[in-house]
Design a protein around this ligand. Structure first.
Ligand SMILES: CC(C)=CCC/C(C)=C/COP(=O)(O)O
Length: 286
């Protein structure tokens, strides 16, 4: 059966709704303004504002297929799987760019300690202290010291696995930063101590991954009273918040960092080095 898209002259008019000669008129002209010559029933459905039209065009494939067949044609049947595939990326693109815009706007507004002259500039030293509390060096040094000082096999096992987790975290964060290469916010002052070259990138926040992973680790492996458990959670949250307030990161860098650190803890549990494994490894080394 001949394609109704090709037959119908109205559909080759080039409007955002109807555009394109190859028949995929639904999603082809997302960046063009609405053509006022489009049929009124379609304009009504799409909305008069181009952005709205774009969103709606990508929002409901079934409705739009329905609208095509309501013209008396069989184009609803003619739409292939590919049309659905073309539809989704445009929706995802709109959703992602909206999320990105909200992220940048929120991060800029929350970056109130980005420098001394900022609105909350006086809190900056405190935020920098929280930053140090989540930095890799104190965590690595502290864990290595506890491992060295620990006189019980159980304590050594826990500390060794924490050390392994911290190293794993550094490697995974460096890989993601190097792949994504998202620049730090423009309002950030790069005055952090002891950074790697990948730390000029901001996605994900290494402090957030560490805070989430170590927070979970401490809660799972240390016997802590309830107030201390709350303190651990509070500390992890403050580390994340301070990243945005200092202007080091966008909100999404921190949120993804928390999620990544949470998952990294699962990885540490999976790769857990038991005393037997350790003895085997040490035996191989000796
Ligand atoms: C030198 C060592 C051992 C770790 C570097 C830790 C660091 C500076 C990470 C960057 O964190 P953000 O991504 O949160 O800014």
């Amino acid at each position: 059966m001949p394609s109704p898209k090709a037959k119908n002259p109205v559909r080759s008019g080039g409007s955002p709704v109807l555009g394109s000669s190859n028949g995929r008129y639904e999603f082809m002209s997302l960046t063009k303004p609405l053509n006022r010559s489009s049929p009124s029933h379609l304009l009504q459905r799409q909305g008069s504002e181009p952005a709205t039209a774009r969103l709606r065009a990508s929002e409901s494939p079934t409705r739009r297929r329905g609208s095509s067949s309501s013209t008396g044609s069989t184009s609803g049947q003619g739409l292939s799987e590919e049309d659905g595939i073309r539809l989704n990326p445009s929706f995802i693109r709109v959703a992602l760019s909206s999320l990105l815009a909200i992220d940048l706007w929120m991060s800029k507004r929350l970056g109130v300690c980005a420098c001394e002259d900022s609105s909350w500039g006086s809190v900056r030293p405190l935020m920098k202290l929280i930053e140090i509390s989540g930095h890799g060096i104190p965590w690595l040094a502290g864990t290595a010291y506890c491992l060295y000082k620990s006189d019980s096999a159980a304590g050594q096992e826990v500390m060794l696995n924490l050390l392994m987790g911290l190293l794993l975290d550094l490697v995974l964060v460096a890989i993601v930063k190097a792949v994504v290469r998202r620049r730090r916010p423009a309002h950030n002052r790069m005055d952090m101590f002891a950074t790697f070259s990948v730390d000029r990138y901001s996605f994900p926040s290494g402090h957030a991954t560490r805070a989430a992973m170590c927070g979970r680790f401490l809660l799972a492996h240390l016997v802590l009273a309830a107030p201390l458990r709350v303190l651990v959670l509070l500390w992890a949250s403050l580390v994340g918040l301070s990243r945005v307030m200092l202007g080091r990161h966008n909100v999404t860098d921190v949120m993804f960092g928390f999620w990544m650190g949470y998952c990294q803890y699962n990885l540490v549990e999976m790769l857990w080095l038991s005393p037997q494994t350790l003895q085997g490894l040490l035996g191989q080394l000796a």
